[in-house]
Write a protein that binds this ligand. Structure first.
Ligand SMILES: [Ca+2]
Ligand SMILES: [Ca+2]
Ligand SMILES: [Ca+2]
Length: 522
């Protein structure tokens, strides 16, 4: 199996940040560990069961001021992409018919062909030893085949960091206080879907079974069957907040976050605001649809039936749109060959009236590769690729530089203001949630009910700012995704070279200027 691409910033001038950045690899591209070096005993998926529909309330430890311990990381994990063996994704022309599809499947030696829910494409099971790229190429050129591709794994973009922050410079620099005077955080009529590692949206106890595994050459013991507490994030939850949750990793309707990435991203989009607790979010009155399409380390340890590949992301997009989401935020991506299955899903989303924000990627310092999911935004009006700036409004050191970067938003950068230059939001305390970062002798069951306010950096953190602004615009009456993109681009605050440039796109989002003239909707 190939190696994963984990997008850790590498700068000789900022070696001091390496421990934190490398820990990010473990946390955020946790799938990478699984694919590259974590060896699970036994390949079959294991069920999880809802043990108690209630649990004790969340524990909020407030602002976390201590930097986590340095973590080790294996450098060989970086710089490659990973695809699933034995699996092809194909879309057939409607006129082909069942018999024609069977012939196509037979032509590549497929032993099974299914069309899962939320898909306008088929999944073909092929020889696990075959080169799926070769098979996909041979199938793609046949008449009646719209596209065929291998299934590549996507991962969340992420630059988490040490939580030493006490204010949200990101919302101040966007002058959100005045923007909220025009539109106060949208309304519950707007449904915003977060396609990510899940969201801390539910308080319950789930029962899992965890076998032994090996990571970094170290043997971790089996935890056996354990009851794991989950809680909704205290500053994110409110009555009727969450709508139509869906988990495409576990194939159920409880997309509980077992990483923390999705919860942090969701906070920036819609953290409960003006409630006397914690921090604020951009569009704090929207309803949130958690859609889990990215698998993490715990999902693998607990034997989740799926990992987050192109087809899972495509189905997540279609699921969200089919269930009423009109704003989608996607802080995820990958490098490698094209992803036509995601391209088609994004075009479907826009055709149904949904605006999509996608993180442009964090790998500038790692040879600035093309991020194939974000790159799709360049040719779709209504889908925007989002880069990141730090507190000095310079491009963040990690933010990709490409023709497809259309807009930037605050993503944080340790190099611009240190810890106070990160994006602060509520998420799990990793000391309780990510116990696999501990050595085997200290390894124990996780708990997902202990929260802190933590600073993180990445285009992942920038993207929900744009989705949030889009939600304000949509509630203000600009319902066309293409019109939303045009408005955000036109009223952006130009940065860097005059006019659009590959570092910052059209510039920094300017919510007040974009909303101005649309009347008050408070
Ligand atoms: Ca709050
Ligand atoms: Ca676009
Ligand atoms: Ca410019």
């Amino acid at each position: 199996m190939g190696l994963w691409h984990v997008n850790a910033p590498r700068s000789p001038a900022t070696d001091w940040m390496r421990p934190t950045a490398t820990r990010t690899c473990l946390v955020l591209a946790s799938c990478a560990i699984v694919a590259a070096s974590l060896a699970l005993d036994g390949q079959t998926s294991r069920p999880r069961t809802l043990q108690q529909p209630v649990a004790p309330p969340a524990i909020d430890l407030g602002l976390r001021r201590q930097a986590p311990e340095p973590r080790q990381v294996a450098d060989q994990r970086q710089g490659a992409t990973d695809r699933v063996s034995g699996k092809l994704i194909a879309r057939f022309d409607p006129g082909l018919g069942a018999r024609g599809r069977q012939q196509m499947a037979a032509a590549v030696g497929a032993t099974r062909m299914t069309r899962p829910p939320h898909a306008d494409f088929h999944i073909l099971t092929v020889d696990p030893d075959a080169d799926v790229e070769t098979l996909a190429a041979s199938l793609a050129v046949r008449p009646g085949v719209a596209y065929a591709q291998a299934a590549y794994v996507v991962h969340p973009y992420f630059r988490p960091n040490d939580p030493l922050f006490d204010r949200q410079w990101n919302l101040h620099v966007l002058d959100m206080e005045r923007a909220w005077d025009v539109n106060r955080g949208a309304t519950s009529e707007i449904i915003a879907a977060v396609l990510d590692s899940g969201v801390a949206f539910r308080t319950a106890i789930f029962r899992f079974t965890a076998g032994p595994f090996t990571d970094e050459g170290q043997r971790y013991p089996a935890l056996g069957t354990i009851d794991v507490p989950f809680a909704a994030a205290p500053d994110l939850d409110s009555p009727d907040r969450f709508v139509s949750p869906r988990d495409l990793i576990w194939d159920d309707d409880t997309p509980i976050d077992m990483d923390g990435h999705g919860t942090h991203v969701t906070g920036t989009l819609g953290q409960v605001t003006d409630n006397g607790v914690g921090v604020a979010g951009m569009a704090f009155n929207v309803r949130i649809m958690p859609v889990k399409v990215v698998s993490g380390m715990w999902d693998e340890i607990f034997g989740a039936p799926n990992v987050g590949t192109d087809d899972v992301v495509a189905r997540g997009i279609r699921y969200a749109v089919d269930n009423g989401a009109r704003i989608l935020t996607m802080s995820l991506g990958r490098t490698g060959p094209p992803a036509p299955v995601v391209d088609a899903a994004l075009r479907y989303a826009v055709a149904q009236g949904a605006f999509v924000a996608i993180a442009a990627g964090n790998a500038f310092a790692l040879d600035n590769p093309v991020e194939v999911i974000a790159a799709l935004a360049e040719d779709i009006e209504g889908v925007m690729a989002v880069g990141a700036v730090g507190r000095d409004l310079e491009r963040a050191s990690y933010s990709g530089v490409h023709s497809y970067v259309e807009i930037v938003a605050p993503g944080g950068d340790l190099g611009q203001g240190g810890f106070d230059g990160l994006i602060l939001q509520q998420t799990y305390d990793e000391r309780f949630a990510l116990t696999y970062l501990d050595p085997p002798t200290r390894f124990g069951p996780p708990r997902f009910d202990v929260f802190v306010f933590a600073g993180q950096q990445g285009t992942s953190m920038a993207t929900p700012h744009v989705a949030g602004l889009a939600a304000l615009l949509m509630q203000q009456g600009i319902t066309s995704p293409a019109a939303i993109e045009a408005a955000i681009s036109r009223f952006a605050r130009d940065l860097g070279d005059p006019g659009r440039d590959n570092e910052t796109g059209h510039g920094l989002i300017d919510p007040l200027a974009t909303l101005r003239g649309l009347g008050l909707a408070r």
